[in-house]
Design a protein around this ligand. Structure first.
Ligand SMILES: NC(=O)c1ccc[n+]([C@@H]2O[C@H](COP(=O)([O-])OP(=O)(O)OC[C@H]3O[C@@H](n4cnc5c(N)ncnc54)[C@H](OP(=O)(O)O)[C@@H]3O)[C@@H](O)[C@H]2O)c1
Length: 229
C-alpha cells in the first residue's frame, strides 16, 4: 500500500517507520528530513499552499494519507489558561497549522480522485477538540482549531460519500503520546496513560485497518472508540 504521511514529528515519524516495517511504500512530507531508511522524503511546509501543490503534483495518488501536522505550543505561543491570554493572532495561527492543511489536502486529492477511488484520508485531531467532552476549559486556540478540524472532517465525509463512495475521511485521537507536543503538559498524568510514539503508531494503524467508508466523517480514539464531536 502507498502512504503519504504529512509531518515527520514524533507520531509522523513512528507511523512512517511502522508502515515501512509492514512493507508499505512510504512518502513523508515534512520541513526537515526524518532520515528513515526506505522512506521517500519530500521537503514541504504543509501550511504553504503553493508548495503543497507543486510537491504533490507529479506523484501518483496513494491509498492512504495521514496528516500528523499539529501545534499545541511553539516559541511564539503557549496554550491559554484564561481568556485574557487569547489573541486573534494565536487563533489564526493555530487554524493555519491545525485546521487548514487537512482541507487543502482534501481539495488537492478531490481534484485528482476518480469516483471509485478507495482513498483513506486520516487527520490527527485531539479529544480536547470535542465540544461535548470539554470539562477542563482553557487551551482556546488549540481546542477551537481541532474542533474546526473535526467539523471539516464531518463535512468532507458528507461530500465524499456523494462524490467518492469508496473513499473515507476520519479524525484520529492518538492518546497522550511522548512527543515534543505533549512534553510540557505531562505532569500529573496517571501512570500508564503515556504512550510511546511507536505504540501509538501501532494503535492508529490498527484503527485505520478497521475503518470503512460507512464510518467516514467520524472521529476515533487510538483504542477504536468513537469520540463524539
Ligand atoms: N502527542 C500527543 O499527546 C497528542 C495528543 C493529541 C493529539 N495529538 C496530535 O497528533 C498530531 C501529531 O503530534 P505529535 O505528537 O507527533 O507532535 P510533534 O512531534 O510536535 O509533531 C508535530 C508535527 O507538526 C508539524 N508542525 C508543527 N508546527 C508547524 C508549523 N508551524 N508549520 C508547519 N508544520 C508544523 C511538524 O512538522 P515538521 O515535521 O515539518 O517539522 C511536526 O511534523 C498533532 O496533530 C497533534 O495535535 C498529539
Amino acid at each position: 500500500m502507498r502512504y503519504w504521511i504529512m509531518g515527520g514529528g514524533g507520531i509522523g515519524r513512528a507511523l512512517a517507520a511502522a508502515c515501512v516495517e509492514r512493507g508499505d511504500e512510504v512518502n513523508v512530507f515534512s520541513r526537515s528530513n526524518p532520515e528513515l531508511a526506505d522512506v521517500r522524503w519530500h521537503a514541504l511546509d504543509i501550511t504553504d499552499e503553493d508548495a503543497m501543490n507543486t510537491v504533490c503534483a507529479g506523484l501518483p495518488l496513494p491509498e492512504r494519507v495521514i496528516n500528523t501536522v499539529g501545534m499545541l505550543h511553539s516559541e511564539q505561543w503557549q496554550p491559554e489558561k484564561r481568556i485574557e491570554q487569547f489573541t486573534q493572532e494565536a487563533l489564526l495561527d493555530h487554524m493555519r497549522v491545525n485546521t487548514w492543511p487537512t482541507l487543502a489536502l482534501a481539495r488537492l486529492l478531490s481534484a485528482r480522485m476518480e469516483r471509485r477511488q478507495p482513498l483513506l484520508l486520516a487527520a490527527l485531531s485531539a479529544r480536547v477538540g470535542s465540544i461535548s467532552d470539554n470539562r477542563g476549559g482553557g487551551w482556546y486556540s488549540y481546542r477551537i482549531s481541532k474542533a474546526a478540524l473535526n467539523m471539516a472532517i464531518k463535512n468532507l465525509g458528507v461530500e465524499w460519500a456523494r462524490r467518492f463512495p469508496a473513499a473515507c475521511v476520519v479524525g484520529l485521537h492518538p492518546g497522550t503520546v511522548a512527543t515534543n507536543l505533549s512534553a510540557p503538559f505531562r505532569a500529573g498524568l496517571p501512570t500508564g496513560q503515556l504512550q510511546s510514539p511507536e505504540a501509538a503508531a501501532q494503535h492508529l494503524l490498527a484503527v485505520l485497518d478497521g475503518v470503512t467508508p460507512e464510518q467516514s466523517g467520524r472521529l476515533f480514539a487510538w483504542d477504536g472508540q468513537e469520540i463524539q464531536p
